[in-house]
Design a protein around this ligand. Structure first.
Ligand code: ADP
Ligand code: MG
Length: 406
C-alpha cells in the first residue's frame, strides 16, 4: 500500500478566527478529506493522528479483520479477482459451492469454473464494469464434475498499485431457487392439465346428459303444443315463448360445451376455430372485433394449437370482464413461428403491480396463458398501461418439419 497519510485531530474553529487561521483550517480540512478518501478506496492501511502526547498511529488491520469475518460468515461466495481473472481471495462458501478445497481455489484462474460461453459473457463485463456493478447467470463447473447454476454480481474494486484493477465477485448458488422455480412450473402445468381434463369431462356431461335431456323436453313440449286446441290463444302464446326459451337454453349449453372442449379445433384446425370463437364473442358482447388472420401453410402440433386457442379464449374473457373496450383486434401471422396478438382499447392495467399484489390471490388467467405458451416452447408478453389498452402477444415456434414444408 502507498503508506500513511497524516491526520491532525480537528481543533475548534471560532467564527472570529483571524484570516491566517482560516487558511490553516481549510488546509487541514482538505487534508482530512483526502485521507478519508484514501481510506475508503483502500490506498492506505495506516493513519497517524497528531495529539497532545505526540502522533498516534492507527492501523486499519482491525477493520480488515472485521470485514474478513463478515465475508467468511456469508452464505454467498465472495472473491476478489484480477483483471486477468486470477483469484486473489475467495471465502469458504465459494469453495463449498464449487466443491473444491479453498487452497486450490486461491491463486487459480476463475475461468476454470466457467464454460467457454460464460467466459465470453464475463470478459466484456470485467472490461466495462462500473461502480453500479453488473450481474450474470452462469453454470459453474464444480470440482466433482457437476454444473452449479449461479448468479455472479461484479463490482470493480480500487485500482491496486501492483496488479492493476481488481474486482469483487459475489457468487450466489441458485440451485435451490432453480429447483423451486422448476417445481412451481410443473405445478402450474399440472393445474392446466387437470383443468383441461376436467373441462373435457364437463363438456361430455353437458353434451351427453343436459343437452340430450333438454332436446327431449323440447320435442315433448312441441308435441304437447300440437294437441292444444287452436282457440286457446293465450296458452298458444305461452307455449311459443317457452319453446323459444328452451331452444335458447340448448344453444347456450352447447356454447358452453364448445368452449370447454373445442371440437372444431380438432376437426377443422386453428384458423376456423379462432374465427368461430371471435365471431361468437363479437355477436354476444357487441364489442367490435377485427380479425386479421391469413390461412396458415403449416400446422402446429395439437398442443400448440390448443395453447393458442385457450390463450385467445382467456384474453377475450378478460376483455369482456375487465377491459371496457370498444374495439378488439385479433391478428394471427405465420413467420418462422406463429404469432397471435390480441389488442384492446380498454382501460388497461399495470401488469407489474398486478403480479406484485397477487400474492396467492386473484385469477389464474394470465398465469395459465403464460404457462401454456412456455410449455410449448413459446413466448408470452403483455403490454398494458392504465388508460392505454392491453396487448397480448404469443409466439409459438413451428416444428422443424413445418418450417421445411413452408
Ligand atoms: N384486457 C384487460 N384489460 C384490463 N385489465 C385486465 C385485462 N386483462 C387482465 N386484466 C387485469 O389483470 C387481472 C388478472 O387477470 P387474470 O389473471 O385473467 O385473472 P381474472 O380475470 O380471474 O381476474 C384482472 O383482474 C384485471 O385486473
Ligand atoms: Mg381472467
Amino acid at each position: 500500500m502507498d503508506g500513511a497519510h497524516g491526520v491532525t485531530r480537528p481543533t475548534r474553529a471560532t467564527a472570529g478566527a483571524p484570516p491566517g487561521e482560516h487558511a490553516k483550517l481549510r488546509t487541514r480540512l482538505a487534508d482530512a478529506e483526502a485521507t478519508l478518501r484514501a481510506i475508503r478506496t483502500g490506498e492506505v492501511d495506516t493513519v497517524m493522528v497528531a495529539g497532545k502526547e505526540g502522533s498516534q498511529v492507527f492501523t486499519l488491520k482491525g477493520a480488515e479483520h472485521a470485514y474478513r469475518m463478515l465475508i467468511e460468515s456469508m452464505n454467498e461466495g465472495a472473491l476478489t479477482v484480477t483483471a486477468d481473472k486470477m483469484i486473489l481471495y475467495a471465502n469458504q462458501c465459494f469453495a463449498r459451492i464449487v466443491k473444491c478445497p479453498l487452497e486450490q481455489v486461491m491463486g487459480s484462474s476463475f475461468h476454470r469454473f466457467l464454460s467457454a460461453a460464460d467466459q465470453a459473457v464475463l470478459r466484456p463485463l470485467l472490461k466495462r464494469a462500473d461502480k453500479s456493478g453488473s450481474k450474470i447467470q452462469v453454470l459453474l463447473n464444480a470440482g466433482d464434475g457437476s454444473k452449479i447454476p449461479a448468479q455472479i454480481s461484479i463490482r470493480p474494486l480500487a485500482k491496486n498499485g501492483f496488479n492493476g484493477a481488481t474486482f469483487g465477485l459475489v457468487v450466489t448458488n441458485m440451485t435451490e431457487a432453480r429447483r423451486s422455480e422448476e417445481r412451481l412450473r410443473s405445478l402450474t402445468h399440472r393445474v392446466v392439465q387437470v383443468q383441461e381434463a376436467e373441462r373435457g369431462r364437463l363438456a361430455l356431461e353437458l353434451h351427453d346428459n343436459i343437452t340430450q335431456h333438454l332436446c327431449a323436453v323440447l320435442v315433448r313440449w312441441a308435441a304437447l303444443a300440437n294437441i292444444l286446441p287452436a282457440r286457446e290463444k293465450a296458452s298458444q302464446g305461452e307455449v311459443k315463448k317457452l319453446s323459444q326459451m328452451l331452444g335458447q337454453t340448448v344453444e347456450e349449453v352447447q356454447r358452453i360445451a364448445r368452449n370447454l372442449r373445442p371440437s372444431v379445433l380438432d376437426e377443422l384446425g386453428l384458423v376456423p376455430a379462432l374465427r368461430a370463437h371471435c365471431t361468437e364473442f363479437a355477436k354476444r358482447t357487441g364489442v367490435c372485433l377485427k380479425l386479421a388472420c391469413k390461412p396458415l401453410t403449416a400446422r402446429l402440433p395439437a398442443e400448440g394449437e390448443l395453447a393458442l386457442y385457450r390463450i385467445l379464449q382467456n384474453a377475450l374473457e378478460n376483455v369482456e370482464k375487465h377491459a371496457r373496450a370498444r374495439h378488439v383486434t385479433v391478428r394471427l401471422r405465420q413467420r418462422a413461428f406463429i404469432q397471435l396478438t390480441i389488442h384492446d382499447d380498454g382501460i388497461g392495467f399495470d401488469p407489474e403491480q398486478r403480479a406484485a399484489r397477487r400474492k396467492g390471490k386473484g385469477g389464474l388467467g394470465l398465469l395459465s396463458m403464460r404457462e401454456r405458451a412456455t410449455y410449448v416452447g413459446g413466448d408470452f408478453k403483455i403490454k398494458s398501461a392504465r388508460g392505454a389498452g392491453t396487448e397480448i402477444e404469443v409466439l409459438i415456434p413451428l416444428p422443424p418439419s413445418a418450417k421445411a414444408a413452408k
